[in-house]
Design a binder for this molecule. Structure first.
Ligand SMILES: Cc1cc2nc3c(=O)[nH]c(=O)nc-3n(C[C@H](O)[C@H](O)[C@H](O)COP(=O)(O)O)c2cc1C
Length: 173
């Protein structure tokens, strides 16, 4: 089984979440005939060769980044034919949580959509981003949790295992 984790990140923290998830899933499937690839969404031309896909994006002004949105739009038909999980990364403290990526909550083809805490480091932001952050009174912080990622990796691996057992039952029937 080939698993793709594709992330869209402007300042690197969502990319890192993707890597944590990749490591966590890899640790759980050791010995199985499974490989996990973690890539930037912008570098993914096609998902056809993957059996399961996880797509994550940072949230800016209530929206996923364009690279993630266009991957989903481009691969919509393929996404509907395999297990897909989505995650968003954004909220820090209380001030950024109001604008959620609610559109993706309703993606009927996705098994789950999780919202993970994000990371904000004002020293890395553009002048415009710093202005926005000041307007919404968000402070620096890192609300990402490796434990949350590990727990989600558990859920994903259990679901994939159950799916492949069902599939082999059907093949042997
Ligand atoms: C200009 C700006 C706008 C943001 N807007 C939102 C938002 O609407 N909702 C949210 O939950 N987080 C928002 N955030 C927080 C980011 O999603 C968070 O910092 C995230 O971890 C950044 O991910 P990245 O490092 O992968 O780019 C915003 C951050 C900035 C700098």
């Amino acid at each position: 089984m080939r698993i793709l984790i594709a992330t869209a990140s402007r300042h690197g923290s969502t990319r890192e979440l993707g890597r944590w998830l990749g490591t966590s899933i890899t640790d759980r499937v050791v010995g199985d005939d499974t490989s996990v690839e973690v890539r930037d969404a912008a570098d993914v031309d096609s998902i056809a060769e993957y059996d399961a896909v996880i797509i994550g994006s940072a949230v800016y002004m209530g929206r996923w980044l364009r690279e993630a949105r266009s991957l989903v739009a481009r691969e919509q038909t393929e996404l509907e034919t395999r297990p897909v999980w989505l995650f968003s990364s954004g909220p820090i403290g209380e001030n950024t949580s109001e604008t959620g990526p609610s559109k993706w909550d309703k993606a009927p083809w996705a098994i789950d959509h999780r919202v993970f805490g994000g990371k904000l480091d004002r020293s890395t932001l553009s002048r415009f981003e710093r202005l926005v952050v000041r307007m919404i009174r968000a402070g620096d912080g890192d609300d990402r949790s490796r434990d949350d990622i590990d727990a989600w990796a558990d859920t994903i691996c259990r679901s994939l295992k159950a799916g492949s057992e069902n599939h082999s039952d059907q093949v042997s029937d």
